[in-house]
Each structure stands twice: as structure tokens, then as C-alpha cells.
Ligand binder design. Structure first.
Ligand code: C2O
Ligand code: CU
Ligand code: CU
Length: 515
């Protein structure tokens, strides 16, 4: 595996050289940061036997977009078009228009021709999808500049709000920050039967924080290890790529699909008029029944779908979604953890103006969905959870004392058996090192959170632990137990902290599903 060593050494040198000052230069095409070396894996190509229902072209490109008044902002973005199938299968969000949305239905076959037009390696990961290893966008499949990777897969997931983003080794944080992230929305018959708001009444809200310099250019992380450990916090919160998100809404019920696609920032969300939030779905799709919460806390990568009814409001009324931003450091999350969080209501990040017109009444069904219950008694290790200790020390962010190593490295305690159910436990209570909140993500499956313990585990913090999940926020001192079932596919998949700077630091490991 000496090729990997060379690639890794090379990249480390390049990442070090990029620093903060290099970032703006980095975004100019042809600045020479392109790595010639890319993964040893041959890129997947289109296969003749696969007959897609939907075929898309998707490119990662450098571009400029006007985000703030004045100069346009240089960024990276996805472009693309529908080659076959439903013309609505790919669209771009309102706001600044550069965030793509892929809409598909469960059971559909997808072919996506991804072309990397960035000056460095990249690969796209479908966050939330249950998918064969070769299509999951593991960094081992990263392709070089100008190269193409053809994804072919069946959408196995039930209806839900998923997303996609690059996943190259040590560059995920930077590539997402500079604009590469999109939504992947799955629909199905069960969701149709719940008669939830659709079309213009179904609003995705992608939350990301950014910092801009005087020339309106994006500023990423300060140089040095400490900045990576602390993670990146921007001074503005963007919604759907827009610094001032305002949207007219009809006097009717809406579904809002909220995604925290920030690099490191956690948010507590509230309605500005004090009404509770009606939660209808989490990461893996609809809940069994709606829940109400005073506030919702979203870790990085987490999704929450909320239902909101504007029919009682008068034309001209304005209701805002307000967000309190939290850096994941211990000092910062203490308030969140003790429930003593400032109930300032936070800053409005998305404002909804009620338009003129007749009010349309609608009723939220009390039964939304049913999903196969994972049962603790089915777990092969019910009394002995597979514990993953989270820790940060001496510039290293680790899982059970190990950082991401070789692309295909799997330790003995990271092997699970196909078809089994296990209890895993993320333990964020190391007695040494730096203490931070870590939103932990597992690829390829949706799990159930069965227990959260430790300081601040109470619901007042607004965790979205219900339903099916692929990210769980673990605050300092806490332990979270989950049930997961390894189904359908053998292979290597990742589990990692979704603070993108931690992931890039190596707070990520492979697990192997073996036959
Ligand atoms: Cu959102 Cu490993 O991914
Ligand atoms: Cu993922
Ligand atoms: Cu972390």
C-alpha cells in the first residue's frame, strides 16, 4: 500500500501549504494546487446492463456568484442537467441559486455522470443513502481534475431529506465551505399518503455559516492545528446560499426541510413568534407521528423537517426562523448543556412574509409513517455495546485512539457481520484532552438512538433523536447508544465526526461489513 503513503504524504504537504492566505489564490483556476496523484481505484464507468430511470450530469466547477451587494463571490459549485427522465429531477434552490436539489423516488434507478472540474481531487458522497460501497463516495474513489466518475444505483431509502457533498481525503471541509453541497430528496408512496404540503409549499432550508473579506470573497480557516481543532465559525448565517433570506409564503401549511450543512456550527432553532416547532421528520424520513418542541438543536449534517401553518396569519405578517449559533467547544456548549442556554431567540436567519389571498386550512395527520422497528433484543451484543471513545489530544482527533489511516484500513473491532443488528455507543467522556461536542455520522445506514446519558441529555436541549438517524450530536460528557442493522451490502464504509475540520483531521474510520 505504498501508493497510499505517497499520496497521503503529498496531500499533507499541500494542505499545510494552502493555509488561509492561500485560499483565495486556491480558488483561481490553475494555481497549481492540483494534485496529480489521485486514488488508485479506477473510476466507475457507465455499464450497459443498467437502465436508469433518471440520468443526470453533475459537475463540480469554479464560478462566481453575487452573494452580497457589490463584488461577486468566487466559489465552487455544482452545475448539471437532466439527461433522461423527469425534468424536475435536478433543480437549483432559490436564494443565490447555486445549491442543487436532486428529487427522486424510492426504487428509481439513477445514473449520475460526475465530472470534477476543480483544480484538485474530489468525489461525491450521498449522505444518508443505503448504497453499495463503490457508489458511496468514499475518499478511496476520489478522481483527479478533469476526470469523470459514473454513479449507478437504485434508490433504496424511504422518503426523506438527504444530501450530497464531496468527500476527498482531508479536503472535505474546504470543498463544502467553498460551495459544494446539495440536497437529495427521496419521495415514496407512504409519504404521498400522508398528504403533506408539496410543490411551492415544500421549502428546503440549507443553513451554512460563512465569512467574507472586504472584497466579498470567502475566508476559510486560519492556519494551524488549533483552528482545525476548534472548527470553523463564519460570521454570517446563510440560508439557501443567501445572506438575506426572505420568502413570501401563502396563507397555508408548509413543510420546511432544514439541513445544517455548516462546517462546524451547531444551531438551536426557534420560531420568532414563540410558537412551538412541529417536527415531522428527522434524518431518515418521516416520524411515526408529529412532535412539538420549543426549540430544535441541529448538529452538522442533521436534518429536521418541520410543518408550519401560516393560514391563521394575516397578509403582511412576518414570521422568522431564528437561530442561536454554537461553536462545538466545551465553553460554548455549556449553556446548551445545562439548559441555561440564553433564550434570546437567536438571530432571524430566514424570514417568511405572508402574502395576500384566502387562507387554506389543512390538517396535519397524526399518523405519518411506519418503519421497521429495530429491536434491542435482536442485537447480537445487547449487553456489551461496541463503544467508540471520542477524543482530541495533541492535535489529533480520534476514534478509540485512532485516526483515519490507510484508505482501506479496518481494525478487528471495526468488523461487523452482514445481516446482524448491533448496539453501538459513542462515548464523549474521555478524561483527557480537549472537550467538544461531536456530531457523529455513520455511512450506509439509518440507526435508532436508544439512550442518551450524561450532562445535558434532557430534551430541553432540543435534540432530534427520534425516528431514523444518520447523525447524532454527542455533547461533552455524554454517551449515546444506537441500534444499527447491517443489511444488503458487504464492504467498507465510514463513520466519522461531521465537524468537517475534525473529519479532515482524521476523526474518521472505516468499518467493514463482512459476509
Ligand atoms: Cu456527510 Cu461521510 O458524510
Ligand atoms: Cu454520509
Ligand atoms: Cu468532532
Amino acid at each position: 500500500m505504498s501508493t497510499h503513503d505517497t499520496i497521503d504524504a503529498d496531500r499533507r504537504r499541500l494542505v499545510g501549504a494552502a493555509g488561509a492566505a492561500g485560499i483565495v489564490a486556491l480558488l483561481r483556476p490553475g494555481t497549481g494546487l492540483a494534485t496529480e496523484a489521485h486514488a488508485a481505484m479506477p473510476p466507475a464507468e457507465a455499464t450497459a446492463g443498467f437502465k436508469p430511470d433518471i440520468e443526470l450530469e453533475l459537475n463540480a466547477v469554479a464560478d462566481e456568484i453575487r452573494v452580497l451587494p457589490g463584488n461577486a463571490t468566487r466559489l465552487w459549485r455544482f452545475t448539471g442537467r437532466v439527461l433522461r427522465g423527469n425534468p424536475q429531477a435536478l433543480s437549483f434552490l432559490d436564494g443565490s441559486g447555486h445549491i442543487p436539489v436532486i428529487r427522486v423516488r424510492r426504487g428509481q434507478k439513477l445514473r449520475i455522470h460526475f465530472t470534477n472540474r476543480l483544480p484538485e481531487d474530489s468525489i461525491v458522497h450521498w449522505h444518508g443513502l443505503h448504497i453499495v460501497q463503490r457508489m458511496d463516495g468514499h475518499p478511496m474513489y476520489a478522481i483527479g481534475s478533469g476526470k469523470q466518475y459514473v454513479y449507478e444505483f437504485v434508490v433504496n431509502n424511504r422518503a426523506g431529506t438527504h444530501w450530497f457533498h464531496p468527500h476527498p481525503h482531508e479536503r472535505t471541509g474546504l470543498q463544502v465551505y467553498f460551495g459544494l453541497a446539495g440536497l437529495f430528496l427521496v419521495g415514496d408512496d407512504e409519504e404521498d399518503a400522508a398528504r403533506l404540503p408539496r410543490g411551492e409549499f415544500d421549502l428546503p432550508l440549507v443553513i451554512q455559516d460563512r465569512s467574507f473579506n472586504d472584497a466579498n470573497q470567502l475566508v476559510y480557516l486560519a492556519p494551524g492545528m488549533m483552528a482545525r481543532m476548534m472548527g470553523f465559525q463564519g460570521d454570517r448565517v446563510l440560508v439557501n446560499g443567501s445572506a438575506e433570506y426572505v420568502r413570501p409564503v401563502a396563507r397555508a401549511a408548509h413543510r420546511m426541510r432544514i439541513l445544517n450543512a455548516s462546517n462546524s456550527t451547531l444551531y438551536s432553532l426557534r420560531w420568532s413568534d414563540g410558537r412551538p416547532l412541529t417536527l415531522i421528520a428527522t434524518d431518515g424520513g418521516l416520524l411515526e407521528r408529529p412532535l412539538t418542541r420549543g426549540s430544535l438543536t441541529l448538529g452538522i449534517g442533521e436534518r429536521a423537517d418541520v410543518w408550519v401553518d401560516f393560514s391563521e396569519r394575516q397578509p403582511g405578517d412576518e414570521i422568522a426562523l431564528a437561530a442561536e449559533s454554537w461553536s462545538p467547544s466545551l465553553e460554548n456548549v455549556t449553556g446548551l448543556q445545562t439548559g441555561a442556554a440564553p433564550v434570546s431567540g437567536g438571530r432571524p436567519i430566514a424570514r417568511f412574509r405572508v402574502a395576500a389571498g384566502a387562507a387554506r386550512k389543512s390538517v396535519l395527520p397524526q399518523r405519518l409513517s411506519a418503519f421497521p422497528a429495530l429491536r434491542l433484543e435482536d442485537a447480537v451484543n445487547r449487553g456489551r455495546p461496541r463503544t467508540v471513545q471520542l477524543s482530541m489530544q495533541r492535535g489529533q482527533a480520534m476514534l478509540n485512539g485512532r485516526a483515519f489511516g490507510r484508505m482501506d484500513e479496518v481494525a478487528d473491532d471495526e468488523k461487523v457481520k452482514l445481516g446482524t443488528t448491533e448496539v453501538w455507543e459513542f462515548a464523549n467522556d474521555a478524561s483527557f484532552g480537549m472537550r467538544m461536542a461531536h456530531p457523529m455520522h455513520v455511512h450506509n445506514l439509518q440507526f435508532r438512538v436508544i439512550e442518551r446519558s450524561g450532562p445535558g441529555h434532557a430534551l430541553s436541549a432540543g435534540f432530534t433523536d427520534e425516528g431514523l438517524k444518520d447523525v447524532v450530536l454527542v455533547l461533552p460528557g455524554q454517551r449515546v447508544k444506537m441500534l444499527m442493522k447491517f443489511e444488503d451490502y458487504t464492504g467498507i464504509y465510514l463513520y466519522h465526526c461531521h465537524i468537517l475540520e475534525h473529519e479532515d483531521l482524521g476523526m474518521m474510520r472505516n468499518y467493514l461489513v463482512r459476509a
